[in-house]
Ligand binder design. Structure first.
Ligand code: ARG
Length: 457
């Protein structure tokens, strides 16, 4: 098929070369951005007197019609075209004749594609941010419901100190808030317009790049034309933000998987977010959480793929850069799906607070509080630590717990002990005493919840 760029060559290429070269399979999803960008370009061309007002009006109406037709499904995108930019221009020219051919004045596909991706991705950042907010809201609501539910807090996956399930959940809300900030920050740098950089060197026409940038909702322009067409930092940055977001979802998923195992039985996922086994009738598998954890690897792969594609590229545009889209689109689609399934999965899970409490009662997680109790009676912490440890060892040897040891036993270890020790090692008391900011007391978790709600509002 002869190409729109036929001239220097006869434009007749092998089918296999066309298939290899073409990007329309994946860049057609940017048709709206491409057409909106072209409308702003036509407006700028007439504003600067480069084309007539009548021509600009014709072009803009023609572009509007193409957009409406694609939206309505009456203009199928021709997969034989090289890319979405060529497709739109081709249809426009078929419909408008010579006027259609004026649109590509003072621009190149190099700045056009850079424009389209930025516009597309910034709207994707907005969508992903909204989906992330929905997850944060679900997590925060669960935390509120379980702000007084005692569970063991872990370090090294060993029972460490008593915390509440609400406190644990709020840790994820904080992580996801940072993800929102990272995406917002990335969006700021992304929101500069490359249109008008043209092929690489700018243009001899008297254009107004800022007019176009402003029309398209950008905060400014790329200030070096070579950089404008060859910069894909915003893709790498977004992929990196998405990778970190997925890392958070993956850690969360891992805990959900652990917690729903028979060994833990801390939570129960709603049936609607689990699957059964084709052979083992007793199974209720946390597939959604496992898939989120699995897909994290895929998003990291998208990031590594793009960084590697970019690392050896000379300035300015190189066709290698067409590879940016599949990786960033894959990551965008993957992250959106994960967030969409995550929010209702969290929303519908229930905690088995009795089991959490039982686990909290068997791990000597109040041993620190026992030591603190002696410290408050005047003993140096290291000595108190040692006594508390010896008492734990005694309990393990005798298959009992600190709460069940009689006072006489305690007095064998130190005469500072009295009846109040039982209150000091009561798990709820241990939790409620941790009033330091960010700590696990109910009041402190409530403050965290308020903070997150304020950030979301
Ligand atoms: N499909 C191309 C891409 O995605 C558009 C830019 C092509 N520019 C060019 N000079 N061949 O990168």
């Amino acid at each position: 098929m002869a190409k729109m760029w036929a001239g220097r060559t006869d434009g007749k290429t092998e089918k296999i070369a066309d298939d290899f070269n073409s990007s329309i399979r994946f860049d057609s999803r940017m048709y709206r951005e491409d057409i909106t960008g072209s409308m702003a370009h036509a407006a700028m061309l007439s504003y600067k007197g480069i084309i007539s007002q009548t021509d600009a009006d014709t072009l803009i109406t023609g572009l509007e019609q193409i957009l409406a037709d694609i939206d309505a499904g009456v203009l199928p995108i021709d997969m034989e075209c090289e890319d979405i930019h060529m497709f739109v221009e081709q249809v426009l020219t078929q419909r408008l004749g010579d006027v259609g051919k004026k649109l590509h004045t003072a621009r190149s596909r190099n700045d056009q594609v850079a424009l389209d991706i930025r516009m597309y991705l910034r709207s994707q950042i907005d969508e992903i941010s909204d989906l992330t907010k929905a997850v944060i809201a679900a997590v925060t609501a669960k935390a509120e419901a379980y702000k007084a539910a005692i569970m063991p807090g872990y370090t090294h996956l060993q029972r460490a100190q008593p915390i509440t399930f609400g406190h644990h959940l709020m840790a994820y809300a904080m992580m996801l808030l940072r993800d929102l900030e990272r995406l917002a920050d990335c969006r700021k740098r992304m929101n500069r317009s490359p249109i008008g950089c043209c092929a690489l060197a700018g243009t001899t026409y008297d254009t107004d790049r800022r007019f176009e940038a402003q029309k398209l909702g950008f905060d400014g322009i790329c200030r070096n034309s070579l950089d404008g067409v060859s910069d894909r930092d915003f893709c790498a940055e977004m992929l990196s933000g998405l990778s970190i977001l997925m890392m958070h979802l993956s850690r969360f998923s891992e805990e959900i998987i652990l917690w729903s195992s028979w060994e833990f039985k801390f939570i129960e996922l709603s049936d609607a977010f689990t699957t059964g086994s084709s052979i083992m009738p007793q199974k209720k598998n946390p597939d959604m959480a496992e898939l989120v954890r699995g897909k994290t690897g895929r998003v990291y792969g998208d990031l590594m793929g793009l960084l590697t594609t970019l690392k050896g590229l000379p300035l300015a545009y190189n066709k290698d850069m067409q590879e940016d889209k599949e990786s960033i689109f894959d990551a965008v689609d993957t992250v959106k799906m994960c967030l969409q399934v995550f929010a209702p999965m969290i929303d519908t899970l229930t905690a088995n607070t009795a089991n959490m409490k039982k686990a909290a009662q068997r791990g000597f997680i109040n041993a620190t509080d026992l030591a603190d109790y002696l410290v408050k009676k005047g003993m140096p912490f290291r000595t108190a630590y040692k006594i508390s440890g010896s008492l734990v060892a005694y309990c393990i040897q005798n298959d009992t717990v600190l709460e069940d040891l009689p006072l006489e036993k305690y007095l064998e270890y130190s005469d500072l002990f009295d009846d109040e020790l039982y209150e000091a090692i009561d798990l709820m008391v241990c939790v409620e005493k941790r009033i330091s900011e960010g700590g696990t007391s109910v009041a402190s978790v409530e403050a965290q919840i308020d903070y997150v709600k304020e950030m979301l509002a």
